[in-house]
Design a protein around this ligand. Structure first.
Ligand SMILES: NC(=O)c1ccc[n+]([C@@H]2O[C@H](COP(=O)([O-])OP(=O)(O)OC[C@H]3O[C@@H](n4cnc5c(N)ncnc54)[C@H](O)[C@@H]3O)[C@@H](O)[C@H]2O)c1
Ligand SMILES: CC(C)[C@H](C(=O)O)[C@@H](O)C(=O)O
Ligand SMILES: [Mg+2]
Length: 366
């Protein structure tokens, strides 16, 4: 197959982790005889520096001419005092909105070989396998008016029925595939938008009698994610709650550096990026964990290109490298050897090659 990928490395550790993901895609391309044509574009702070625009038109055109987008991260202290239109984060919000990427899938899976790094006790963290389905193009991030003056500041939280319907349906479809239940998270005891959210969930669930649906308030959900994360399966929630809950859930797994994400629209086009940010304090030091970016590339293969075997090969290689005890700084046990971003990536690539040389892939998937 031939696929065009728009690669937007962004800022901070973005370029480092994207370099890793691209290398892994290249080896998958060679092994499975696919051509991934990768074309690079600017977004975020680096785009502000070069084009005075966090999402230049050339980048939008590049993404429009591609089959999927792979993104690192944006932001950093250099741009923190910029006026809001020239904040790196605006570029990210604009690309999500432009491509109508309303469904943000954030899987959170506890891998036994990482639980030494999880502050939750192994008994609490083990067996966690949840999928956070975050609405990505509505809510507080996009409401108008949005402004601030010296005396006051305004953000507006708007959701239309249609916006809620499509993300709720998406979560029910995904729950059906996973044979699982759905927790719909809101703040319906206070917010009108959450009351509408609950009404829509109640209506939509009639078409999914096989799916168990529970309404939960976001504050107690935040608590239960830590005390009993194994009780969750699919979580569907609005934009800002999903942002906060997914960073919180990363704690269960041991590091934010292992959480991938897919932001997709109805026709399968998608943008794939780690859940983490640009981590400016470790940028350029080779300390970044590239697993989230590599696993995001695997999600791209699965969700946008239908390459399920290829995605599984990447996921298996990442797991094996962890099981073999190789970690970047965020996950390493005290006294053990720390691998750099590049060294850890090489381990994953070697593992993919090993699987091929030993023919284990051919046997696994026939
Ligand atoms: N998708 C995105 O582009 C995105 C997401 C979140 C934050 N941001 C931006 O990133 C900047 C920094 O934000 P922040 O510090 O709040 O969040 P962050 O996710 O960048 O970092 C949070 C913590 O996790 C660590 N971390 C993150 N990714 C890691 C990795 N791959 N390997 C090892 N450690 C990792 C960091 O060192 C830091 O301690 C801000 O400008 C923010 O707006 C961008
Ligand atoms: C950088 C920021 C705009 C972004 C968000 O809040 O969506 C980030 O935190 C994320 O989780 O992707
Ligand atoms: Mg976030």
């Amino acid at each position: 197959m031939e696929k065009r990928v728009a690669v937007l490395p962004g800022d901070g550790i973005g370029p480092e982790v994207i370099e890793s993901a691209v290398k892994v895609l290249e080896v998958i391309g060679r092994r499975f005889e696919h051509t991934f044509e990768m074309n690079y574009g600017a977004i975020g702070g680096t785009a502000i520096d070069t084009c005075n625009n966090p999402l230049p038109e050339e980048t939008v055109a590049l993404c429009e001419a591609s089959d999927a987008v792979l993104l690192g991260a944006v932001g950093g202290p250099k741009w923190d005092q910029n006026p809001s239109a020239l904040r790196p984060e605006k570029g990210l919000l604009a690309i999500r909105k432009h491509f109508d990427l309303f469904a943000n899938l954030r899987p959170v899976k506890a891998v036994p070989s990482l639980l030494h790094a999880s502050p939750l006790k192994e008994k609490v963290a083990k067996n966690v396998d949840m999928l956070i389905v975050r609405e990505l193009t509505g809510g507080l991030y996009f409401g108008e008016p949005s402004r601030h003056t010296e005396k006051s500041a305004v953000d507006t939280l708007v959701y239309t029925r249609e916006e809620i319907e499509r993300i709720v349906e998406k979560s029910f479809e995904l729950a059906r595939l996973r044979k699982s239940k759905v927790a719909s998270v809101d703040k319906a005891n206070v917010l009108e938008s959450s009351k509408l959210w609950r009404e829509v969930v109640e209506e939509k669930k009639k078409a999914y009698p096989d799916i168990e649906v529970e309404h939960m308030l976001v504050d107690s959900t935040a608590m239960k994610l830590i005390t009993n994360p194994g009780a969750f399966d699919v979580i569907v929630t609005e934009n800002m709650f999903g942002d906060i809950l997914s960073d919180e859930a990363s704690v269960i797994t041991g590091s934010l550096g292992v959480l991938p994400s897919a932001s997709i629209r109805a026709d399968g086009f998608g943008l794939y990026e780690p859940v983490h940010g640009s981590a400016p304090e470790i940028a350029g030091l080779g300390l970044a964990n590239p697993a989230a970016a590599i696993l995001s590339a695997a999600m791209m293969l699965r969700y946008s290109f239908g390459m399920n075997e290829e995605a599984a090969v990447i996921e298996e290689a990442v797991n094996t490298v962890f099981e073999d005890g190789f970690f970047t700084a965020d996950l390493v046990e005290p006294g053990k050897r720390v691998l750099s971003t590049k060294e850890w990536t090489e381990k994953v690539i070697d593992e993919i090659d090993t699987q091929f040389v030993s023919n284990s892939i051919m046997f696994s998937y026939v």
